[in-house]
Write a protein that binds this ligand. Structure first.
Ligand SMILES: [Zn+2]
Length: 347
């Protein structure tokens, strides 16, 4: 897909700049097809279309890149709700380990100011903690479960987190109050969460209320250059209403400026060529199968079995071969890692 890049007036939710560039538009039908194939599960697909229309209060979404800070915002700027996620995803996969976990554990354990407080005294809040895999790493590093707190919408996830001895809430972090926590948080973490949320300004105001005077935020989001690369090279689109904001370092600076935080560090995942190419092949197939005239779409209508598995692998390879120059660029470009990690602080 090529971005349209036409000028559009659409105020940026992060920096307030009125001018933007239109990247692309999608209908509710096209968005639903990204998550659930019409040809495979027609009833569920139709319900998803209706759920997306209800969220958008209309039939179309526009992806707009802010001319000021580069933040890409979905308009309408509305994230998915419980009905959307129930229909769009069968189950959530929680990776045991992620680069941003390791990066954040290091940032906590190596920080001289946090070390002074003592790891056994550190209070950490994790927003959208899944089944607690990052919290487990913190406990292994010497933090005490009773000093940790977390939120997650998944009941299964909350059970897993509670079994670690960590207090956990099934509500939006913006509804938490300081009294909910073991004490003001020294560190607040959120991994693959920020890109789903609207009102980042309100979120960081709440973080300031929930944290100590010098509270630190550590977060991981999809890397903006990689998302643009995917979208313009036949991989999956960064589809709303799942993701509704694509963060850039400049947008993070603007957010910090507006809300009284400081952006201390930004890093891009040093992802290996193998991991990048495996995602490129998989996403190329998943993108192609959304087109009802494609071979991948026909393969998805098969009723499982070895022939389908073989056809999927063969087509993924063929779609990759057709995009070979892009595959080579992705594999060799060290700045195209999948995740952008950041550290912000107050005071
Ligand atoms: Zn902006």
């Amino acid at each position: 897909m090529r971005y349209q890049l036409t000028a559009i007036e659409s105020p940026c939710p992060v920096c307030g700049e009125a001018q933007g560039r239109l990247l692309y538009q999608r209908t509710a039908e096209q968005a639903a097809q990204h998550f659930v194939l019409r040809e495979k599960e027609p009833a569920r697909h139709e319900r998803l279309v209706a759920a997306i229309r209800r969220l958008w209060q209309g039939n179309e979404v526009a992806l707009v890149e802010c001319a000021g800070c580069g933040f890409v915002h979905a308009e309408p700027h509305v994230g998915g709700d419980m009905e959307f996620y129930t229909l769009a995803y069968d189950r959530t996969h929680y990776p045991r380990d992620k680069w941003e976990f390791t990066q954040s554990v290091q940032a906590i354990t190596a920080d001289p100011r946090l070390r002074e407080i003592g790891l056994e005294n550190l209070r950490v809040l994790e927003v959208g903690a899944g089944e607690g895999n990052f919290l487990r790493q913190l406990i292994a590093a010497g933090l005490r479960p009773e000093n940790l707190a977390a939120t997650d919408f998944s009941e299964y996830g909350r059970q897993q987190i509670a079994s670690l001895g960590v207090r956990v809430f099934g509500k939006d972090v913006r509804e938490l109050t300081p009294a909910d926590l073991p004490g003001p948080a020294h560190v607040i973490c959120l991994f693959q969460v920020l890109e789903h949320l609207d009102d980042a300004v309100g979120l960081f105001a709440r973080f300031a209320e929930l944290g100590t005077a010098g509270v630190v935020v550590l977060a991981g989001v999809p890397a903006p250059r990689r998302m643009a690369f995917n979208e313009t090279n036949g991989s999956l689109l960064d589809m709303p209403p799942n993701h509704i904001g694509r963060w850039t370092p400049r947008a993070l600076e603007k957010l910090a400026e507006r809300t009284g935080w400081r952006l201390d560090a930004v890093a891009i995942e040093p992802e290996g060529a193998g991991a990048k190419l495996s995602q490129f092949a998989k996403f190329g197939y998943l993108r192609a199968m959304q087109d009802s005239g494609s071979l991948a779409n026909r393969v998805e209508r098969m009723s499982g079995g070895g022939a389908q598995t073989l056809a999927r692998a063969g087509l993924a390879a063929a779609y990759t071969a057709r995009r070979l120059p892009a595959a080579l660029k992705l594999a060799s470009d060290g700045t195209l890692g999948n995740v952008m990690w950041m550290r912000l602080s107050r005071g």
